[in-house]
Design a protein. Structure first.
Length: 203
């Protein structure tokens, strides 16, 4: 499956001047919400992801997504894997928490699912929330990997910025590596023609 083409076809591979969650700037952005707009197309992506997880013989009880970004991908992946779907949300203190009556059994095998793994910061917070309740995080999954972390079957090695634990596999359909800049080094800022915008916040 050509994941880049799937994003292009959905107008989800954006060109511009973007402020990322990490505080860095970039000229490109993956708007996964656009890819997930059509559930039957979304299911093709998560079916492929589920196949990778199945082929690796990962035993899983539950998919947990960090809200909001991972919600749709996590839900569809749970459907593809035929397991339970839950989500964690921001606790207001920089972490993630399980609310809404969701429960985790001792030793329950959980995959943390995001739309995109950049450095994996949110995914790691979700994993900590699950582990603090006695769950076991058996893998991470995302539609796309931004190239900081190493995915199963990918060529790149993990970079220092990757927040995910080394011993837990990351499954993603493809690597998308494009430049990110610290604000003070951003060539688009230096050009002075535009300001970095948070994707999806204005349109
Ligand atoms: Zn900039």
């Amino acid at each position: 499956m050509n994941v880049e083409q799937v994003y292009k076809d959905a107008n989800a591979l954006l060109d511009g001047h973007f402020l990322l969650a990490s505080g860095n700037h970039s000229s490109r952005y993956l708007q996964s919400a656009k890819v997930m707009e059509y559930p039957k197309k979304a299911a093709l992506l998560t079916d492929a992801l589920a196949k990778m997880i199945h082929d690796a013989r990962i035993d899983v009880d539950t998919v947990c997504a960090p809200a909001i970004g991972g919600l749709l991908t996590g839900y569809e992946l749970a459907r593809s894997l035929d397991v339970r779907s839950i989500f964690v949300e921001k606790d207001g203190e920089g972490g993630m928490v399980l609310r809404r009556g969701f429960e985790i059994a001792q030793g329950e095998k959980v995959i943390i699912c995001e739309d995109i793994i950049t450095t994996g910061g949110s995914a790691l917070k979700a994993a900590k929330a699950i582990e603090s309740l006695g769950g076991e995080v058996v893998a991470f999954a995302s539609l796309a990997n931004r190239g900081f972390c190493k995915r199963v079957g990918g060529n790149d090695t993990a970079k220092a910025e990757c927040a995910l634990p080394e011993g837990t596999p990351l499954f993603a359909l493809d690597d998308f590596t494009f430049e990110m800049y610290a604000p003070e080094d951003c060539p688009l800022c230096k050009e002075g023609k535009s300001e970095a915008v948070k994707p999806g916040s204005k349109s």
